[in-house]
Design a protein around this ligand. Structure first.
Ligand code: GAR
Length: 194
C-alpha cells in the first residue's frame, strides 16, 4: 500500500455512482490540514449522480464513464490515472464491479466502503437482509479491494446497533453517519506515518 513520504499527500481519485455523501465527506476531509490525501479527480459511473452537482459547484474535476463497455472504459480510466499519477482510488458508493485485471493493476491501492460488518452481508441490499435476519448489530467496513466482491483485507469497521424499530431507510441513515467518520479514520490509519 502507498505510504506517505515526507509532507506529500496521496493523490486520490474517488469513484461514485449516486448520492456521493461519502465523496463529499472525503473531499471535505482532504482539505483539512492533517489529511493524508488530496482529491485529484472524481469518476462517476452515472451521469445523473446527484454528487455531480456538488462537483460542478465546487469546480472539482470529474469524468463520467458508464461502464457499458467495461473493458474499453477501464482501459481509458487506467490511462487517465497513469497520466495523473494517481496513487489511491477510493470507491465511495461505486456500484460497478471492477475487473480482476483493473484491480491487479492497482493492486492494494483501491479502497471501498461497504455498509455491513464484512464478511457478513457482501453485495447488495445489505440493510434489508440484516433486518430479515433480525441481527442485533450491523455497521460499516473499509477494506482493500481484491478480485472477489467485498472480500479484501479489512482496514477498519464500526459496529452499529440495529433497533427493533429500524427499517432499511433508518438503518442506512444510521450507518451512513458512521461511514462518514470511518472512511477518514481508515485513510489516516493506512496512510499516516504515525
Ligand atoms: C453507502 O452506504 C456505501 O457504503 C454503499 O452505498 C452507499 C452510498 O452512499 N456502498 C455500497 O453498497 C457498495 N457496494 P453515498 O453515495 O451517499 O456515499
Amino acid at each position: 500500500m502507498v505510504k506517505l513520504t515526507g509532507n506529500k499527500k496521496t493523490r486520490t481519485v474517488i469513484f461514485i455512482s449516486g448520492n456521493g455523501s461519502n465523496m463529499k465527506n472525503l473531499i471535505k476531509f482532504s482539505k483539512m490540514k492533517n489529511s493524508p490525501i488530496v482529491v485529484d479527480l472524481v469518476l462517476s459511473s452515472n451521469k445523473k449522480a446527484s454528487g455531480i452537482k456538488y462537483l460542478k459547484k465546487k469546480k472539482i474535476n470529474f469524468k463520467i464513464f458508464n461502464f457499458k463497455q467495461k473493458e474499453r472504459d477501464e482501459k481509458k480510466i487506467l490511462e487517465i490515472l497513469k497520466k495523473r499519477k494517481t496513487q489511491l482510488i477510493c470507491l465511495a458508493g461505486f456500484m460497478k464491479i471492477l475487473s480482476g485485471d483493473f484491480v491487479k493493476k492497482f493492486n492494494g491501492k483501491i479502497l471501498n466502503i461497504h455498509p455491513s460488518l464484512l464478511p457478513k452481508y457482501k453485495g447488495l441490499n445489505t440493510h434489508k437482509r440484516v433486518l430479515i435476519n433480525k441481527e442485533n448489530f450491523s455497521g460499516c467496513t473499509v477494506h482493500i479491494v481484491n478480485s472477489k466482491l467485498d472480500s479484501g483485507k479489512i482496514i477498519m469497521q464500526k459496529r452499529v446497533r440495529v433497533s427493533k424499530k429500524d427499517d432499511p431507510k433508518s438503518l442506512s441513515e444510521k450507518i451512513l453517519k458512521q461511514e462518514h467518520l470511518l472512511y477518514p479514520k481508515a485513510l489516516k490509519k493506512l496512510l499516516s506515518n504515525h
